[in-house]
Design a binder for this molecule. Structure first.
Ligand code: SF4
Length: 416
């Protein structure tokens, strides 16, 4: 069923409003740079130090904002250590894998930041066959990954819905083994759908669903999407996914033009408000074939800032939500060769090895410089296993690796 606000492709090519580069808001600048007294010798207002904030049992919105603004290396290390301790206390030292199959780059949407938006006519479109997807999932099960993610651009026609439904059913049946008596855990990431479609996917056997909100700030959301794509629709979808029984994941882009630290803090509060179980977020990387990215060429400093902010977002989400699953995304590695390891060190506990056939990976470029384009799936597995070992973590084999958050009967905490 088509939602009233989703008119596929009608606005392809609609140019977004120009937006200024990422900045701290004036309000935040006032907050993080306290004014001096008349003689300039002493601070007029006491600023809470990073160790003082980290010693608190429960963080407030103001605390999150203060810590997200940190750039001092020693303070970042304090935050990293606190996030790592929280991870070990509320989750474990195990990193779980989700074999990622980007099974189709067909998309009816036209997000201004995305390389496979329907308006980008230079993309070679593909869809894997049911057989190819099931074969990749079976390979994933034999490697002990435990879970698979089926990701695609967004379509909501009956043909594509029943294709996903059938494929999920087959994977559930054909990956059952002694090691995995219930078959692979399946996460879907196929966009905004109707409540009925979500129910069908859940009944077919998928039990996790990732739908990124990208930003919870209404104005910013509108500036990076065409008018036909609405924040309210996405929020309604997230609620509907919960009602259908899914463990729900979402995430945001970090370092978008005109995004502020307050907006990112609001995103973290939103994760709690919507009882989110899994987070997949990463730095925004401008794509030259998109309306948002075509005139943006980040300098080395901006790239470094985006990476730092991406890592701090992982740490703050871990400190605030404690027991959710957080992915160390490939976007981190696109900015720094050790980006994913750093993500793990800052509190992430999920990695997603590539299972998309290598001949199609270059056609699924949501952003440029995506790593692992030419690697065989076995190479990806070995490479990620080495990354996990390098940061002293364990590999969770033959386990679904659901978030502890999703297992608790009442996850509501009142620390903000
Ligand atoms: S972000 Fe998702 S929905 Fe938007 S254009 Fe890209 S693939 Fe389509």
């Amino acid at each position: 069923m088509k939602l009233p606000t989703q008119r596929a492709g009608l606005l392809c090519g609609t140019p977004p409003k120009p937006v200024p580069p990422f900045r701290h808001s004036a309000k935040l600048r006032r907050k993080t740079i306290p004014p001096r007294s008349k003689n300039g010798a002493s601070w007029r207002r006491r600023v809470t130090s990073v160790p003082e904030i980290l010693a608190k049992r429960n963080l407030t919105r103001a605390d999150i904002i203060t810590l997200l603004a940190v750039r001092d290396i020693e303070d970042m290390e304090l935050i990293r250590k606190a996030a790592e301790q929280t991870l070990l206390k509320y989750c474990s030292d195990t990193v779980h894998w989700r074999g990622l199959i980007e099974f189709s780059n067909e998309c009816r949407m036209n997000c201004h930041y995305c390389g496979i938006r329907c308006g980008n006519k230079s993309v070679k479109r593909y869809t894997l066959s049911e057989e190819e997807i099931v074969e990749a999932a079976k390979w994933c099960a034999t490697q002990g990954y435990g879970s698979v993610v089926l990701q695609s651009g967004e379509r909501n026609d009956e043909e594509s819905i029943s294709f996903v439904e059938r494929t999920v059913r087959r994977i559930k049946v054909e990956t059952v083994s002694k090691a995995l008596p219930l078959g692979l855990g399946i996460t879907l990431c196929v966009g905004e759908q109707s409540p009925e479609t979500y129910r069908r996917f859940f009944e077919a056997g998928a039990h996790r669903y990732l739908l990124r909100i990208e930003t919870t700030n209404r104005k910013l959301f509108e500036s990076i999407h065409p008018p036909s794509q609405r924040l309210d629709t996405r929020l309604a979808c997230l609620r509907s996914l919960k009602e259908s029984g899914f463990q729900v994941g979402t995430g945001v882009m970090i370092g978008l033009p005109s995004q502020t630290i307050e907006m990112l803090a609001a995103d973290i509060l939103f994760f709690r408000e919507y009882d989110i179980d899994m987070i997949g977020m990463g730095p925004y990387i401008p794509h030259p074939d998109t309306p948002l990215g075509k005139n943006l060429k980040p300098t080395g400093t901006e790239t470094k800032n985006r990476l730092q902010l991406g890592l701090l977002m992982i740490a703050m989400t871990r400190l605030f939500l404690k027991n959710v699953n957080i992915a160390a995304t490939t976007a981190l590695q696109a900015l720094d060769p050790t980006g994913r390891e750093q993500g793990l060190l800052y509190g992430a506990n999920i990695l997603m090895p590539q299972l998309t056939p290598s001949e199609h990976r270059k056609d699924y470029l949501l952003y440029p410089n995506k790593p692992c384009l030419g690697e065989d799936r076995s190479d990806c597995a070995e490479c990620l296993a080495a990354r996990i070992r390098s940061v002293g973590r364990k590999l969770g084999l033959n386990e679904w690796g659901d978030s502890r958050h999703s297992r608790k009967p009442d996850n509501k905490q009142s620390n903000c």
